[in-house]
Design a protein around this ligand. Structure first.
Ligand code: FES
Length: 615
């Protein structure tokens, strides 16, 4: 282990710090710190969108690809995050314009298109004649030229507010429903929250529905985790005992309300100021949060309870925002291809891309969409929880103490640990790294068999040779030896088998969709990697184990949390919401389980590529 060579990197203006190995791309270090940078050219050094400024520290020799920067710009400290590497402790500024999703007044998608702020919630300011004596709020109908529906329980209160405001007010309405009436003496306040409801993590973003400004972001763990790590175990809980459905629903809603509370504290507002919400999640999460039985998703043919988007009164589900607010739930395509995939498609402008493109969200279920000649093929594939550390002997999520990066250099391994704490286990990216490095250095066969100590190549450096230990009949690879009270961190033969299953399932899904479309992987113009895990994958290692097809790296792009971005777009724009529905209708769901060729492709995909077959 050589974590002693880790370098401290601080990103400004946030001050967030990470520790990385020398030679790490700035792009990767920024991702580790939680920043997703714009990479429209896929890290090819040609767009110049990922530029950052070095305030202290040194970077590696300029990459030949980084021709978007002049010598003068480099002297000023500008670097391309995709091409330049970190070689010493450093302080690096990330300008807002280099962030994939930055706190600007107008959100942009990854293609840089401008999103018009045109939400379903409208704010209008009315000024009524003081002499208007019509009863209640009838005078509003005349002023607005439409008939508003009002919750009878609130009619008196709203009428009093209108009178107290001297017959002037900001009217907040959704369609013909009057949500709120605010004094015209202050600017109107209408906020919305966009939720990305993941199996593990929930993210909420508070947005101003008048200006499009982002007012805050908060995250929480999904309260359903005690019911099982993955969607299948949660579905099983409900199947075993239908009375558990309300418990699961309440557990997830508790997380959403926790986020609402945090956002309100951040913005200094009352929850009643939040007059609308959108939610994108996988099919299981979307159904459970709506109180819909998910058990049909756990058995063939994996039928979702709904496919069309819909709105539901937020209060009826227990969401503690404005009592009359509604919650928009994304449309679903089929099987496990849910609202998060549709949201990812609108966020990446998927349907408007001109050439064959693949969108992949790698998680417990790999969700895959392929665009070709106007057709959209979608599938989900059960990768299992290996990438999240489950079913791996010393696997863990990507939290403090997890080894997240592994490389072999100068005859031994080097690791990077999240949080710069003693290593406690390894997360999904380290799992991929380790296996890729073991393949490159001849310790692992393409079949997935780890060599025994006596079978190791004669030229293998001694430090690496010592890391292969025999446990019973099976060998294991020691990433971190035991020291004092600290147990060793090892990769076992069984762990490698789990990775083969997970990686093979995703790759087989990709290949099956390509076959359906009559394409070869090399025909792909771009592979868009979405989701928390996808954004930390090292492309060369993912290709070395066969998880991703052998394409030039600039064609494999990271698009950040596309599901969250899509939920925000649907919150701010009724047109984007319509587009989500159109995309759902266009998408062709491919049931991999009934595809006659899938099993063969899966078996083939579980084998690691021979050296030279992967880029
Ligand atoms: Fe770095 Fe385009 S130049 S992503």
């Amino acid at each position: 282990m050589s974590s002693d060579i880790e370098l401290r990197v601080t990103f400004q203006p946030s001050g967030r710090t990470v520790h990385v190995l020398p030679g790490t791309a700035i792009l990767e270090a920024a991702a580790r710190a939680g920043f997703v940078l714009l990479t429209p050219c896929g890290g090819g050094g040609t767009c110049g969108k990922c530029r950052v400024k070095i305030h202290s520290g040194t970077t590696g020799a300029p990459d030949a690809r980084a021709h978007r920067l002049t010598a003068a710009q480099r002297r000023e400290g500008w670097r391309l995050a995709c091409c330049d590497t970190i070689e010493s402790e450093a302080v690096i500024e990330i300008p807002p314009t280099s962030l994939f999703e930055h706190s600007q007044k107008i959100l942009t998608g990854d293609a840089g298109h401008t999103l018009a702020v045109d939400p379903v919630v409208r704010v209008t300011t009315v000024k009524l004649p003081p002499a208007d004596t019509r009863p209640g709020l009838d005078c509003l109908d005349a002023a607005l030229g439409e008939t508003l529906s009002i919750d009878p329980a609130r009619a008196g209160e709203l009428t009093d507010r209108l009178r107290a405001g001297g017959q002037q007010a900001h009217i907040v309405q959704e369609g013909c429903r009057l949500l709120d009436l605010q004094p015209a003496t202050a600017p109107a306040v209408a906020l919305g929250v966009a939720f990305d409801l993941g199996t593990t993590t929930v993210v909420g973003t508070l947005l101003d529905l008048v200006t499009g400004t982002e007012r805050g972001v908060a995250a929480a763990l999904n309260g359903q985790i005690p019911f099982g790590d993955d969607v299948l175990s949660r579905i099983l809980r409900v199947r075993e005992n239908p009375a558990r459905l309300p418990e699961l629903q309440a557990a997830a809603m508790c997380s959403l309300n926790e986020i609402v509370g945090t956002l309100c504290r951040q913005a200094g507002i009352a929850p009643e100021r939040i007059v609308h919400a959108t939610l994108a999640g996988n099919t299981t999460m979307q159904q459970i949060i709506c109180g819909l039985d998910p058990t049909a998703l756990g058995e063939i043919p994996f039928t979702p309870a709904f496919v069309h988007s819909f709105e539901v009164p937020a209060a009826s589900l227990g969401l503690a925002i404005h009592p009359a607010a509604s919650l928009y739930v994304f449309p679903q395509i089929g099987g496990f291809v849910g609202g998060d995939t549709v949201a990812g498609m609108i966020a990446s402008n998927f349907d408007r891309l001109p050439k064959p493109t693949l969108l992949v969200d790698i998680g417990t279920n790999g969700e895959i969409a392929l665009l070709h000649h106007g057709r959209i093929f979608c599938a989900s594939t059960a990768a299992g929880p290996a990438f999240e550390g489950a079913r791996i002997a010393q696997g863990m999520r990507a939290t403090a103490g997890a080894i997240e990066k592994v490389l072999i250099r100068d005859g031994d391994i080097h690791i990077n640990v999240i949080g710069n704490t003693p290593p406690a286990g390894l997360c999904g990216t380290a799992l991929i790294d380790t296996v890729a490095e073991l393949l490159r250095h001849g310790l692992l066969e393409p079949t997935g068999r780890l060599l025994l100590p006596e079978e190791l190549p004669a030229a293998l450096p001694e430090a690496l040779r010592r890391r292969i230990e025999r446990t019973g009949d099976d060998p294991r690879f020691v990433l971190v030896p035991a020291a004092g009270d600290r147990a060793a961190v090892c990769l076992t033969q069984r762990d490698i088998r789990e990775l083969q299953l997970a990686s093979g399932a995703i790759r087989a899904g990709i290949e099956t969709l390509l076959q359906r479309a009559g394409l070869a992987a090399t025909d792909l113009d771009a592979v868009l990697l979405a989701g928390a895990f996808g954004n930390f994958i090292r492309r060369s290692n993912a290709q070395r184990i066969g998880l991703l097809p052998p394409l030039p790296h600039e064609r494999i792009r990271f698009i950040g949390n596309a599901s969250s971005m899509g939920a925000k777009m649907a919150l701010l724009s009724a047109a984007e919401r319509n587009r989500a529905e159109t995309l759902r209708a266009r998408a062709e769901h491919v049931d991999l389980g009934s595809d006659p060729g899938f099993l063969d492709i899966f078996c083939q995909s579980m084998l690691f590529p021979e050296e030279g077959a992967a880029l």
